[in-house]
Design a protein around this ligand. Structure first.
Ligand code: HEC
Ligand code: HEC
Ligand code: HEC
Ligand code: HEC
Ligand code: HEC
Ligand code: HEC
Ligand code: HEC
Ligand code: HEC
Ligand code: HEC
Ligand code: HEC
Ligand code: HEC
Ligand code: HEC
Ligand code: HEC
Length: 435
């Protein structure tokens, strides 16, 4: 469009001054008579245009202008003409196609331009003529939306594929400097140390945060084993269900905590488990309150957080436990039913009918764990123990759930035993010291 206007203007000039022809070879100042002002119209003017039109143009003719004739030719064809004065732009491994074809003028004007670097249009707008990057513009990268293509690309050539200015990590850290410090965090996601493009698109993406695939598909691309678990659909943890985002719990880049967790494990889980949650017709207990308000907290929570016992993803057992534990107040009285507890505690506490060492819950040498648990209709451990944290010593619960009734336990702990008074029976006392 611009070229067309230029030409017609030159035409007008030619026919306006038929009588004032220039003398042969006196082209020292082509704008002296008000001609060819156009070539110098804009700032910046190409330096040789300022001084010497004949650096690039030549003629055999004696007179100029001549109506209907074209007396001037270029001293050389573009790009050889440009390379007379400029370093070669076609000697690196990757050469931009229009540069390779010598089409310098697809982006530059030879004379003067209102844009920096003699560009036809401002900055990266010249790129848009041939490259439409709007194809999936849901979330468009800042510098791309602003046509700042040269922040990442060299317009001419590069030793790096994709005409890139810098290599993978440096390319992005050039602006995202805050991400550089992150590399020193205690726990760094391996792909984050190598570059950003394994997860992000550089220009735009239909997904939030410009990731190149939707999460979790992005993650499954490298973490197949996690996907297999999800597909089983048996007892999938709420926030882990298909479509939910892994970064509810994980940071995709770095973390101060193991397993790239967003927070200290306990705090992370309490983000959601600080209230009751309805799951079908079951109400999931508020665990935060049980731990925070407890007089006695189960040791592994203090030491290792929640994954000492729970699998945050998809485990084989009720309550997302890493081994078996029954649902409800009753179960079959064998150690396998309570396998979860015996991952850490000794089975003998429920197996030996008579003992003086397997458990403190005995009357003399009569094992009261055996009495309650080692029977056809066994009481589950949770009938007496509050697993996360409890009011009484030995993790004894304040209340025993019975249907919709919560019976008070009224447990009293003594040096040699204890007593309780529940709705199950009258007050009963046990003592480890033989009467
Ligand atoms: C650095 C080299 C160079 C210099 C110096 C130069 N030109 Fe040009 N000029 C070109 C090129 C290349 C073209 C061809 C443009 C095209 O094909 O689009 C051109 C084309 C032209 C045209 C044809 C119409 C147009 O604008 O495309 C005129 C007229 C012209 N130049 C006048 C001048 C005048 C007058 C000067 C000095 C004031 C000058 N040129 C200095 C390179 C130069
Ligand atoms: C007769 C020598 C000569 C020729 C031929 C020549 N240039 Fe230049 N060009 C210069 C000089 C001198 C400068 C100013 C150098 C500087 O500022 O570093 C310059 C500057 C430039 C710039 C940078 C402008 C800026 O703002 O920094 C561009 C782009 C450019 N030339 C493109 C071309 C193209 C395209 C051609 C071929 C059509 C060409 N040049 C032909 C001498 C030439
Ligand atoms: C695809 C568009 C495009 C083509 C084709 C192109 N250039 Fe450029 N050129 C640019 C852009 C954009 C800049 C500004 C670079 C920047 O912003 O860093 C530039 C800058 C320049 C500069 C000044 C800065 C530098 O890198 O030295 C020169 C000289 C130059 N080009 C010459 C040429 C020559 C000669 C050709 C043909 C062989 C050519 N260009 C072809 C887009 C192009
Ligand atoms: C005159 C048309 C034209 C303009 C203007 C243009 N390009 Fe290109 N570009 C091409 C062509 C043709 C290809 C080769 C396409 C292909 O291989 O599919 C290409 C390829 C590319 C590639 C891929 C190179 C590779 O090795 O994969 C990049 C990156 C690129 N251009 C960036 C730019 C940038 C940045 C600008 C603006 C400075 C720009 N282009 C302006 C025509 C153009
Ligand atoms: C934040 C850095 C960045 C910016 C800004 C950027 N690009 Fe790219 N571009 C890349 C990377 C990285 C690639 C991929 C190179 C590869 O795969 O080898 C790429 C690839 C390309 C390609 C070739 C592949 C494709 O997607 O078609 C073109 C063409 C291209 N860019 C044009 C542009 C244009 C035009 C702009 C400005 C509107 C721009 N780029 C801005 C980083 C960027
Ligand atoms: C020229 C500077 C620049 C470069 C280079 C750059 N970015 Fe950006 N990036 C930005 C700006 C500016 C934003 C917008 C920041 C904001 O909105 O807070 C941004 C935002 C982002 C976002 C967030 C998008 C969102 O939706 O929140 C991601 C992801 C991103 N960049 C990734 C990359 C990757 C990957 C690279 C390397 C290929 C890269 N950036 C290179 C400047 C840059
Ligand atoms: C393993 C995949 C992966 C890699 C590698 C990766 N990212 Fe991300 N990035 C994500 C995901 C997923 C999100 C969105 C969730 C989030 O914010 O945690 C994101 C979010 C972002 C954001 C927006 C939110 C924020 O944290 O500011 C920016 C910017 C960003 N990434 C830049 C980068 C840069 C720069 C690199 C390379 C140094 C990089 N990413 C490498 C997956 C990745
Ligand atoms: C490009 C491949 C790749 C992608 C994509 C990827 N990861 Fe990774 N991830 C790895 C590698 C490699 C490791 C380190 C080796 C390992 O522990 O398996 C790792 C480790 C991890 C770890 C730490 C394991 C541990 O125990 O310390 C977590 C958690 C993780 N990734 C989650 C994610 C999440 C969430 C996403 C999606 C946002 C994701 N990854 C996307 C390759 C990837
Ligand atoms: C509710 C929080 C939570 C969510 C949501 C979650 N994770 Fe995890 N993830 C964890 C915890 C906690 C661990 C540490 C488990 C352990 O110590 O056994 C972990 C460990 C991992 C590990 C390393 C150990 C392993 O099992 O291989 C990977 C990889 C992983 N997660 C990937 C993912 C992916 C991919 C997603 C999304 C599909 C995701 N996670 C969603 C909490 C979560
Ligand atoms: C983003 C919220 C969220 C986070 C974070 C979260 N959970 Fe959950 N969790 C839920 C929801 C919702 C349910 C109930 C719905 C379901 O499981 O289908 C649930 C259920 C559970 C259950 C009961 C499952 C059952 O079958 O009754 C356990 C156990 C559990 N979560 C443990 C954890 C642990 C351990 C963590 C920390 C690693 C954690 N959760 C982090 C939301 C969360
Ligand atoms: C010592 C093993 C152990 C540790 C450590 C542990 N839990 Fe549990 N958790 C259990 C057992 C056993 C159950 C099933 C019995 C019950 O409901 O109390 C359970 C049940 C749950 C439930 C489901 C409750 C319901 O009503 O369905 C949630 C939620 C839960 N735990 C969250 C957590 C959180 C959060 C942490 C970390 C602060 C944690 N757990 C630490 C063993 C543990
Ligand atoms: C990950 C290991 C682990 C698992 C699984 C586990 N515990 Fe514990 N438990 C401990 C540790 C460690 C202690 C503190 C040391 C001790 O008293 O043995 C403890 C203490 C206790 C105490 C208090 C002991 C006292 O006298 O104060 C009770 C009661 C208890 N656990 C019951 C259970 C029950 C019931 C289960 C199964 C639902 C279970 N534990 C599962 C590790 C575990
Ligand atoms: C009828 C109530 C009741 C049931 C059911 C029960 N316990 Fe206990 N448990 C207690 C009492 C009371 C103590 C405290 C004994 C004391 O005074 O030292 C205790 C103590 C413990 C201790 C501390 C070490 C010891 O044996 O003294 C562990 C571990 C323990 N129980 C695990 C379990 C497990 C595992 C189950 C389920 C298989 C279970 N309990 C079922 C009442 C019960």
């Amino acid at each position: 469009m611009k070229t067309f206007v230029n030409c017609s203007f030159v035409f007008v000039l030619i026919f306006s001054f038929p009588a004032s022809q220039l003398l042969a070879n006196d082209f020292s100042n082509c704008s002296a008579k008000g001609c060819h002002l156009l070539q110098k119209k804009y700032e910046p003017v190409h330096s040789p245009v300022e001084d010497d039109c004949m650096a690039c143009h030549q003629t055999e003719a004696n007179e100029h202008p001549l109506a209907g004739k074209k007396e001037f030719t270029l001293t050389e064809d573009v790009p050889a003409l440009c390379y007379e004065c400029h370093d070669a732009l076609n000697d690196k491994t990757y050469i931009h196609s229009p540069v390779e074809e010598g089409d310098c003028l697809s982006c530059h004007t030879p004379h003067s331009s209102e844009n920096e670097f003699l560009l036809r249009t401002e900055g990266g707008a010249v790129c848009i003529d041939c490259h439409d990057l709007n194809e999936n513009g849901n979330s468009m990268h800042g510098p791309v939306a602003a046509n700042m293509c040269m922040a990442c690309h060299d317009p001419h050539q590069s030793e790096l594929a994709g005409l890139l200015q810098r290599e993978d990590l440096d390319l992005c850290l050039f602006c995202h400097v805050n991400k550089k410090d992150l590399q020193n965090k205690p726990s760094v996601h391996e792909p984050f140390t190598e570059g950003c493009l394994s997860c992000h698109s550089p220009h735009s993406s239909p997904y939030q945060f410009m990731v190149n695939q939707d999460v979790p598909s992005l993650c499954f691309g490298c973490h197949e084993e996690v996907e297999v678990k999800l597909d089983r659909q048996s007892s999938v943890h709420g926030p882990f269900q298909k479509g939910e985002k892994c970064y509810l719990c994980h940071n995709a880049h770095v973390s101060d905590y193991d397993h790239l967790l967003q927070d200290k494990e306990e705090k992370l889980c309490f983000k959601c488990h600080n209230k009751k949650i309805k799951k079908g017709n079951h109400v999931v207990k508020n665990i935060a309150i049980r731990v925070n308000k407890a007089n006695y907290v189960h040791e592994p929570i203090k030491d290792d957080g929640c994954s000492a016992c729970h699998e945050a993803h998809t485990p084989d057992n009720y309550f997302l436990l890493s081994s078996a534990f029954p649902k409800g107040a009753y179960s079959e009285g064998k150690t396998e039913s309570f396998a979860h507890c015996f991952d850490c505690h000794d089975e003998s506490l429920m197996k030996e009918a008579q003992t003086i060492e397997a458990t403190g819950f005995r009357d003399g040498n009569r094992n009261l764990h055996y009495v309650h648990v080692n029977r056809k209709k066994a009481r589950s451990c949770t009938v007496c123990h509050d697993i996360h944290g409890a009011k009484y010593a030995h993790l004894i619960a304040a209340k025993i759930p019975f249907g919709k009734w919560e019976m008070p336990m009224r447990f009293e702990n003594t040096a040699s035993g204890g007593s309780c008074l529940t709705g199950c029976h009258k007050k009963l006392t046990y003592s480890r010291i033989k009467k």
